[in-house]
Design a binder for this molecule. Structure first.
Ligand SMILES: [Zn+2]
Ligand SMILES: [Zn+2]
Length: 210
């Protein structure tokens, strides 16, 4: 991607690219879904856990959800259920609304350079694509997905609010085996051995430690 192309993008998309590290079709899928969800629900980016995203894949799209929706790995309002599906549920706790976005059709290029895209696709299939050509293919596809009609890309379905518990809070206590501070609710009770952390399950104390 050229600098002039980057500068022509909206500020929030540039933030997504900066966070993710590159522009790619997956990132644009997430960007479009996140923007459409905010628009339909009249919501703003989550400061806390107001919005929850359930991604049914672990693709590049997830990074755009984090940037645009504020549904982040650290806050607990990003749930990744990797079914390998290009589908996302976005829920707003305040309005108790939830929307599922899903892709039901194959991608076909609908942009301004169809013959160039077709050439690049056939090189991809033949397996003789240079890195530069692959970047160009991704750029053309990204631009097509960015500018295409949303309804031509994703199905939008308003669904019942899923049951979404808040991220749990619990004090940290030391593991009885390794001694490392661990969230109390994550410890496994091993009876006389005490409570230990998940990586320590299956380990036993060495005789000199007893
Ligand atoms: Zn990517
Ligand atoms: Zn441990």
């Amino acid at each position: 991607m050229k600098d002039s192309e980057f500068i022509s993008f909206p500020e929030d998309l540039r933030q997504c690219i900066h966070f993710h590290g590159h522009l790619c079709p997956g990132l644009i899928y997430g960007y479009r879904v996140a923007k459409e969800a905010l628009r339909l629900m009249g919501s703003e980016r989550a400061h806390d856990e107001e919005i929850v995203a359930i991604a049914e894949n672990d693709s590049c799209a997830v990074d755009a959800l984090q940037v645009i929706l504020g549904t982040t790995a650290g806050k607990g309002n990003l749930i990744v259920r990797d079914y390998g599906k290009n589908a996302f549920v976005i829920a707003d706790r305040k309005s108790a609304r939830a929307i599922r976005f899903s892709r039901k059709t194959h991608y076909t290029y609908g942009g301004e350079n169809p013959s160039e895209y077709a050439d690049l696709e056939s090189k991809l299939v033949a397996g003789n694509m240079t890195e530069e050509e692959e970047n160009r293919r991704k750029y053309l596809k990204s631009m097509d997905l960015l500018t295409g009609e949303f309804s031509a890309i994703f199905e939008t379905e308003h669904i019942a609010m899923p049951d979404l518990p808040y991220a749990p809070l619990a004090p940290s206590v030391p593991c009885s085996l390794c001694g490392e501070m661990t969230m109390a609710t994550k410890l496994i009770d091993r009876g006389t051995e005490g409570k230990c952390c998940i990586p320590c399950v299956g380990k036993t104390r060495l005789p000199q430690e007893r």
